[in-house]
Design a protein around this ligand. Sequence first.
Ligand code: ADP
Length: 188
Amino acid sequence: MIKIIQGDITTLAVDAIVNAANQVMLGGGGVDGAIHRAAGHELYEACLTMPEVRPGVRCPTGEARITPGFRLPAKFVIHTVGPVYRDGQHGEPEKLAACYRNSLALAAENGCHSIAFPCISTGIYGYPKEEAAAIAVSEVQAFLSPAESAEDAEGEGRAPSRPLMEIIFCCFLERDKRVYENLIGKSA
Ligand code: ADP
């Protein structure tokens, strides 16, 4: 199930909220700063213990890492690093799609049944909002109705298994919410 809401992601009592983090994972501006402030210093400490894959990089662009939510109402924070937008010709769409895919996979692995995403990369990282939202929606829809596995299951006489996950697009701005509504309708 997909929902579109306008609000502050740090207030949501869901299993996981996704953080548009940076590679160092020690906090920053925008939604990252808001999440770190609301979760408390324990989140900073937890991020600090994440191993670096190279100096200064705990989470490469497109990948995701999970920590507890500490003082947040959310159980977990899934930190993912969106691409900095240049011109769309430097792997940005693939990297952004990977953020959604890897975050959803990590949520599923950790038994989450609800997850909220901010509009990754569309703030400081400058990704055009409509293009980013189209990628977000298409990855989420692919996750919720995996066509291939559904066909396999039907072929074997089993009911197709669809992941039971409530996926929320949490838009901070009213105009971001309208972008999602234009893509998937107001009923979501
Ligand atoms: P990035 O560096 O990935 O562009 P930003 O934090 O600058 O990340 O922006 C990502 C999105 O998060 C933007 O759409 C911004 O409006 C939104 N945002 C900022 N604060 C919050 C918040 N508290 N809850 C939800 N979304 C937020």
